[in-house]
Design a protein around this ligand. Structure first.
Ligand SMILES: O=C(CO)COP(=O)(O)O
Length: 122
């Protein structure tokens, strides 16, 4: 089954929620995982079932990165906040890096997330 990670920094959570609602029918067919707070928001704001990892600053990005290293994920939508420094920046870099290591589809903004979701549907 297609397995997708959804992650957003606080300022981008409304965008991710809107994205998830717009693609809810498609996403419902997938295994979804998310960092802690993002997953909570998604489950509150949609009818999607989401497996929640730890919150990003507490290791959630790394937990998702480990799934990529294990070859379990087909895509990652990670709406980062490009305007604010994050305390767990090394974890964020590690997640982006491991996506490249394993050639896992990664979208870090809404425009590319639209392409990713279209690509997964094919
Ligand atoms: O910080 C995050 C990703 O780096 C997201 O974590 P939360 O979903 O727990 O807010």
């Amino acid at each position: 089954m297609t397995r997708v990670a959804l992650i957003a920094h606080d300022e981008k959570k409304p965008d991710l929620l809107e994205f998830a609602r717009a693609h809810e029918a498609q996403l419902r067919a997938y295994d979804l995982i998310a960092t802690g707070t993002t997953g909570k928001r998604l489950m509150e704001g949609t009818d999607l079932e989401v497996e929640r990892k730890e919150s990003g600053p507490l290791g959630g990005d790394l937990m998702i990165g480990s799934e990529i290293a294990e070859g379990k994920l087909d895509g990652v939508v990670f709406l980062r906040d490009p305007l604010r420094a994050q305390p767990h920046e090394p974890d964020i870099s590690a997640l982006l890096r491991i996506c490249d290591v394993h050639d896992t589809a990664l979208a870090t903004n809404l425009a590319s997330a639209e392409f990713l979701i279209e690509g997964l549907a094919e």
